[in-house]
Design a protein around this ligand. Structure first.
Ligand code: DOR
Ligand code: ZN
Ligand code: ZN
Length: 354
């Protein structure tokens, strides 16, 4: 605890966000998305490749990096998208990305791969030791574990949401598999029951868990390496439509929800720092400058209000939730980037993470 009763944390790291730029900037863009990140206590995030024109070529990656470098207010890295046939470029792009994202279930964007031969090519050709991140639900988790073992490639499971999935990952970890996994705040704090009230705001992939599945996530928190927001904004109009797209924003609500869980003794502060900084830093090799921190006021409790958020979509599935812990100041490389609700650095202040 520092002066003014503020709790000083590291700058947090979120390795799973969708900033929608380029192609869907009506939902979010690199400036608004990184403003949301710093407002939520994050100084480094990693962007996903499922843009409308997905990031599956060297050119698309280079364009995204140069676009981002002019707009970001915190540090941003990128995951490359696996397509059925793009394995020949992996060697060229590997140094520019933090991981390879493989979609094995249907979600936003055109990146789903179901063909086994294509999947084997991806595991065979992904070089080096950066993780293959997978969107894999249910039985696909078992398939990915087999491939990780057979090809000796590290895999990172995105947004684990079922009891059987976390139990299988626990077994694999006990056997020394190269496996890590994450859970999202919406799967930790919302259930199927909430969809009745939330309507489209409760629709995401994987879907909200049953109470039983959610309890298994909390009981196996020791198996989970990190909490990622899976920040996936869509416009209010889209989410209120008859066929709402999958996804919810999360960059500004994850830390307060976790701090509230700490205050309720569901989690220790030490574990929170492991889940939101130490483990993402280790898994995705992000070194933090020592003059980087997030200071929070644990005394302040408030109600989450979508209209007060920096994300362009300005709604939250946690609307009106009472949380404790307000982000007061975020410092990156000695420069105050966020204080008193305001972003204080110009677009382009953030750096690209390689
Ligand atoms: O709910 C989701 N939204 N899950 C995903 O896997 C993708 C994301 C998005 O990009 O909208
Ligand atoms: Zn996903
Ligand atoms: Zn995602």
């Amino acid at each position: 605890m520092g002066k003014n009763n503020l709790l000083k944390l590291p700058g947090l790291i979120d390795p799973h966000v969708h900033l929608r730029d380029p192609g869907s900037t009506e939902k979010e863009d690199f400036f608004t998305g990184t403003c949301a990140a710093v407002a939520g206590g994050y100084t480094a995030i990693i962007d996903m490749p499922n843009n409308p024109h997905p990031i599956t070529t060297e050119e698309a990656l280079s364009e995204k990096i140069s676009l981002a470098s002019r707009k970001i207010v915190c540090d941003v890295g990128f995951h490359f998208g696996a397509s059925p046939s793009n394995y020949p470029v992996y060697k060229q792009i590997e140094a520019k990305v933090k991981g390879l994202k493989l979609y094995l279930d249907q979600t936003t964007g055109p990146l789903l791969i179901e063909d086994l031969e294509a999947i084997l090519n991806i595991f065979q050709h992904w070089p080096g030791q950066k993780p293959i991140l997978v969107h894999a639900e249910g039985v696909k988790v078992a398939m990915v574990l087999a491939l990780s073992y057979l090809y000796r490639k590290p895999v990172h499971f995105c947004h684990i949401s079922q009891k059987s999935e976390i139990e299988l990952i626990k077994k694999a970890k006990e056997q020394g598999f190269l496996v890590t996994c994450e859970v999202t705040p919406h799967h930790l704090f919302l259930t199927q029951e909430d969809v009745k009230n939330l309507g489209g705001f409760g629709i995401m992939k994987p879907p909200l868990p049953s109470k039983r599945d959610q309890e298994a996530l909390w009981e196996n928190l020791a198996v989970i390496d990190l909490v990622a927001s899976d920040h996936a904004p869509h416009t209010l109009a889209e989410k209120q439509s008859p066929q709402p797209p999958f996804g919810v924003p999360g960059l500004e609500t994850t830390l307060p929800l976790l701090l509230t869980a700490v205050s309720e003794k569901r989690l220790t502060l030490e574990r929170l720092v492991e889940l939101t900084f130490l483990n993402p830093s280790r898994i995705f090799k992000i070194q933090q400058d020592p003059a980087t921190s997030t200071e929070v006021d644990l005394q302040e409790s408030y109600f989450i209000q979508g209209s007060e958020l920096k994300t362009k979509c300005r709604w939250s599935p946690f609307q009106d939730w009472r949380v404790c812990g307000r982000v007061r100041r975020v410092t990156l490389r000695g420069q105050i980037v966020f204080e008193q609700g305001q972003v204080l650095v110009p677009p382009g202040f953030g750096r690209i993470l390689y």
